[in-house]
Design a protein around this ligand. Structure first.
Ligand SMILES: *[C@@H]1O[C@H](CO)[C@@H](O)[C@H](O)[C@H]1NC(C)=O
Ligand SMILES: *[C@@H]1O[C@H](CO)[C@@H](O)[C@H](O)[C@H]1NC(C)=O
Length: 156
């Protein structure tokens, strides 16, 4: 079943001599709860979509509980079963993408998986929507229309 199909606006821009597409992240939710990160935080420096960066990097602000999702955390050895909440990104254009499990963790080896998100130090650092989070997404670039389409039905 597709977890998202739709389009969001994208603008291209020259950053450090290379062309990137900037996308609008409106909010992120974890387990159905919207993280209280103001949209302005995502917009301060903007967020690019990059297929050449593995881990998504965003500025998560100072909210302690929510900051936990920004750290590469190890699950303590004693936990054999853990429940992973649904993580979803809502982009401009009301495009909501629920991440697949394979888009939340990067497996280090058979026993260790790391959360595939890292925190930017500062809101002025450009955010990056990395390739781990795009693993099952079909990404369509409408360069002329300034839009980016996501479809999750293609690559599962
Ligand atoms: C983990 O889940 C499996 C399958 O549901 C269950 O059989 C097992 O007892 C659980 N282990 C622990 C430590 O809760
Ligand atoms: C997985 O990687 C960790 C950290 O490098 C290491 O300590 C552990 O022995 C590895 N486990 C396996 C099964 O390779």
């Amino acid at each position: 079943m597709p977890r998202a199909t739709g389009a969001t606006t994208a603008s291209s821009s020259s950053l450090q001599g290379t062309s990137f597409y900037f996308i609008d992240i409106i909010y992120i939710s974890v387990g159905g709860r919207q993280l209280s990160i103001g949209q302005s935080v995502f917009q301060t420096a903007g967020t690019i979509i990059d297929s050449g960066t593995v881990i998504t990097r965003l500025f998560f602000g100072v909210h302690r509980d929510e900051r936990r999702v920004s750290d590469d955390e190890r699950v303590p050895d004693k936990y054999t079963n853990i429940t992973i909440p649904t993580i979803s990104f809502t982009f401009g254009g009301n495009l909501k993408v629920d991440l697949d499990l394979s888009e939340i963790f990067v497996a280090v080896n058979s026993t260790i998986a790391c959360l595939a998100f890292a925190g930017n130090r500062d809101a002025s650092d450009v955010g990056i929507f990395g390739n781990t989070q795009q693993k099952t997404l079909e990404v369509v670039y409408d360069v002329v229309g300034g839009k980016l389409g996501f479809d999750t039905s293609g690559c599962n």
